[in-house]
Write a protein that binds this ligand. Structure first.
Ligand code: UD1
Length: 382
């Protein structure tokens, strides 16, 4: 029996892990034992437990309960906790997802005690070193035994960084492997969207109709923590909603909710509070968010995951960041990068509502989780 430790911590990791857990349970239960460690980076019920229940992930075997804190402090607590678990029983490998502080902590802890690291969502780059996520993903890629890239772009990035010529050898005598396996989030969107249609009545509850609203999410620290940027984004949202008499549905990350009163210009904050068009909701569950995405006229977001789901559900996307790791969305004209610039947000909204867009299959064949497991089994058993 192969024993793997999956590390989750932030909301998107719980969702990504669902694809692999499901595949192990359905197809490899006799070969792989998966144990789950939750760092506790996200701890609110609606940022964590709700996803574990809805997506049918086994309850974590370990919960470090780390909570919020400064980057170093939060990451250090996680490294110590993960190390303890890795030393307490034997694991053949550790599965890490994406680019959060939980990913970084898992990579640092496992690399020092020679547990092979399998990084799902490797190779992505924004080339913006000011983003904590960029630092996390670069370090994790360097320390990984198997790098699972979701796209061709990821493979190209790793080539540029010399990963294919690397002679780095790990303690088990093996060299690094780099694989384009497709995107586990695409697997999930295919798998869960039918279920969400049947089980989730959020559109009815909110009185929304297909194509009758815009969906927006905002949580990146460079948007939430910067008064000018946050005010500029919200001014644009308010103006679009009022001018076109269209509702903007805004499920809000706790970080953003906390910062709105202090970081929005008072006049914009007042307008937001009295606006009937901008509808602020608590963070959505996965079924709720995919139902909201699937039926929106357009999506405005600074989230990497939501950008991609917009593409999977063939919705145009205004990207509220200075750059993106998902460059293929922009290259195919399905998304426009606007940073936090008021004029660019308005112009992109107008351009994307008026044009025909094509959405080719760029994120794999919907079986990324299976390709990942097969590669891991080959690596560990041959
Ligand atoms: C983290 C990831 C980011 C990912 C995002 C998804 C890092 C560096 N960033 O950002 O890549 O896109 O998760 O959501 O790991 N908070 C709560 N309740 C919670 C969780 C957070 O109130 O359950 C608040 C706290 O004030 C906390 C702040 O949100 O300080 C930020 O949380 P943190 O996990 O540090 O980063 P995110 O912004 O969520």
């Amino acid at each position: 029996m192969i024993k793997l430790l999956t590390v989750i911590g932030a909301r998107p990791q719980i969702i990504k892990a669902a694809a692999i857990s499901r595949t192990i349970k359905n197809k490899y239960a006799g070969t792989i034992q998966e144990m789950i460690l939750h760092t506790g980076q996200h701890y609110d019920q609606n940022m964590s437990q709700v996803f574990i229940e809805e997506l049918g992930i086994p309850q974590p075997n370990y919960n470090l309960g780390v909570g919020s804190g400064k980057h170093g402090e939060q990451t250090a607590k996680m490294i110590a906790g993960i190390e303890e678990v890795l030393l307490s029983e034997h694991f053949d490998g550790i599965l890490l997802y994406g680019d959060t502080n939980s990913t970084l902590a898992g990579a640092v802890a496992a690399s020092k005690i020679h547990v092979p690291i399998m990084h799902v969502e490797a190779g992505l780059r924004s080339y913006n070193m000011a983003m904590p996520e960029e630092v996390n993903r670069i370090v994790c890629d360097q320390l990984s035994s198997i790098l699972f890239s979701p796209t061709e772009t990821g493979i190209r990035n790793l080539k540029k960084e010399g990963f294919f010529e690397s002679t780095a050898k790990f303690q088990n005598g093996k060299y690094r492997q780099v694989v384009n396996c497709g995107d586990v989030m695409y697997d999930n969107s295919l798998f869960f969207s039918k279920m969400a249609q049947e089980k989730c009545d959020i559109l009815n509850r909110l009185g929304l109709t297909k194509n009758g609203y815009i969906l927006s999410t905002i949580h990146r620290d460079n948007n939430t923590d910067d008064k000018k940027r946050l005010t500029s984004i919200f001014s644009a949202l308010l103006d679009i909603a009022e001018r076109d008499k269209i509702d903007i549905i805004l499920p809000l990350h706790p970080r953003t909710k906390k910062l709105l009163p202090t970081n929005l210009e008072p006049e914009i904050y007042k307008r937001l509070l009295s606006s009937e068009r901008i509808r602020i909701l608590p963070p959505a569950s996965f079924f709720e968010i995919i139902e909201l995405e699937r039926n929106a006229r357009l999506i405005m977001t600074d989230s990497g995951g939501v950008q991609k789901e917009a593409f999977f559900f063939e919705r145009p996307c205004v990207i509220l960041r200075p750059e993106t790791e998902w460059v293929e969305i922009v290259e195919h004209g399905a998304g426009i990068i606007v940073d936090a610039n008021y004029d660019k947000i308005i112009a992109a909204y107008i351009e994307l509502t008026g044009k025909k867009i094509c959405f080719p299959q760029l994120f794999g064949d919907g079986k990324a989780a299976e390709h990942i497991i097969e590669t891991i089994l080959n690596y560990l058993t041959k």
